[in-house]
Design a protein around this ligand. Structure first.
Ligand code: NAD
Ligand code: TYD
Length: 357
């Protein structure tokens, strides 16, 4: 049997790049990375696999119907894994339009291009085709103490980000019900790990601490997230793509519920060990913690019941929170160039001169 061709949107982002590194190094798959390269997309995260003859990059916008139709017809994928999205809650509050465009209209555009292609397939190829939509546990909204999100939890998104992801999940599910289009959906908890853009909690806190800057905790820091190491998410995605049942949703989580304050104080403890030479004027990293105005509409708690994917597909995480966090802090300490480029904008300027639209 020939190796599968996977059409991956958002492959230059945090999770997409980890997925592509995994697919190229651990599987025989051929990968087509379709990414617009917004501020969050960074091809440097793919440097270790970019020379593989099984890797192809296409700089395109998923909202461009003609481009999606052309690329899908050209590469004739066996599956589409859709990760491209605007992903940061704070940005969705200050500027929701891009979230509606990419997360809702972009998903619709991609779905239609993919459905037309699938309609034209026949036999084994048609039966084996999958559209895997990668989503978030934030679609379920704020969770009361003692409960866990299951695949049956009703949708109740709170932020423009989570509402746009919820809308995209509904579109994907409707395409299955209405057109018999072969979809899979995964809803995952908060990821962390290397190559994470430093606007999200964990990389922001590591970099601010190393620079001696304030560590801004929203509200009282008692909000709870269920953290999963990005490579565990990636393994779950490949597992669902390979063995998941058409039309099903699978929740993915690490059973690592932590308050934001716990996460930040743990990071400070790790930094005391790994980077004891602190910036001038900093006695202890933890002294940099600063309480700031809370995020509007802030969800207090997320926590995933991942028993379905474990029971039905045999996936479970391999990293503990301690081991994953240690690897993450080490990566940020050892990758100055990546950090400098994403923070300074030099990378985006380089891209502009190398990839004319
Ligand atoms: P990210 O912001 O790091 O990366 C998003 C990628 O999508 C970037 O490379 C960006 O250039 C690309 N992109 C954005 N708009 C595009 C467009 N219109 N056309 C083509 N490409 C476009 O995001 P991430 O954290 O890697 O998240 C990936 C997916 O996983 C998202 O769909 C997100 O909702 C979902 N998710 C993320 C988390 C998390 O904790 N980060 C958890 C669960 C689910
Ligand atoms: P974030 O990484 O933005 O992910 P999400 O909002 O998708 O869960 O934030 C994680 C948690 O950390 C969330 O409860 C908001 C909080 N937070 C802070 O307290 N300070 C910060 O500077 C950031 C970015 C987030």
């Amino acid at each position: 049997m020939t190796a599968k061709t996977l059409f991956i949107t958002g492959g230059a982002g945090f999770i997409g790049s980890a997925l592509i590194r995994y697919l190229i190094t651990e599987t025989p798959c051929r990968v087509v990375n379709v990414d617009k390269l917004t501020y969050a997309g960074n091809l440097e995260s793919l440097a270790s696999v970019a020379d593989s003859e099984r890797y192809h990059f296409e700089r395109e916008d998923i909202c461009d119907a003609a481009a999606m139709t052309r690329l899908i017809a050209h590469y004739r994928p066996d599956a589409i894994m859709h990760l491209a999205a605007e992903s940061h809650v704070d940005r969705s509050i200050s500027g929701p339009a891009a979230f509606i465009d990419t997360n809702i209209n972009g998903t619709f555009t991609l779905l239609e291009a993919a459905r037309q292609y699938w309609d034209g397939l026949a036999g084994e190829r048609k039966a084996a085709f999958r559209f895997h939509h990668i989503s978030t546990d934030e679609v379920y909204g704020d969770l009361e103490p003692g409960l866990l999100f299951t695949e049956e939890t009703p949708y109740a998104p709170s932020s423009p980000y989570s509402a746009s992801k919820a809308a995209s999940d509904h579109l994907v599910r409707a395409w299955q019900r209405t057109y018999d289009f072969p979809i899979l959906i995964t809803n995952c908890s908060n990821n962390y790990g290397p190559n994470h853009f430093p606007e999200k909690l964990i990389p922001l806190m590591i970099l601010n601490a190393l620079a001696g800057k304030a560590l801004p905790i929203y509200g009282d820091g008692q909000q709870i997230r269920d953290w999963l190491y990005v490579d565990d998410h990636v393994r779950a995605l490949y597992c669902v793509l390979s063995t998941g049942k058409i039309g099903e949703t699978y929740n993915i989580g690490g059973h690592n519920e932590k308050t934001n304050l716990e996460v930040v104080t743990t990071l400070c403890q790790i930094l005391e060990q790994l980077a004891p030479d602190k910036p001038a004027g900093v006695a202890n990293y933890v002294d940099l913690i600063t309480y700031v105005t809370d995020r509007p509409g802030h969800d207090l708690r997320y926590a995933i019941d991942a028993s379905k994917i474990q029971r039905e597909l045999g996936w479970q995480p391999v990293e503990t929170f301690d081991s994953g966090l240690l690897k993450t802090v080490e990566w940020y300490i050892n990758n100055d160039a990546w950090i400098e480029n994403v923070s300074s904008g030099a990378y985006q300027q380089w891209m502009e001169t190398h990839y004319d639209d």
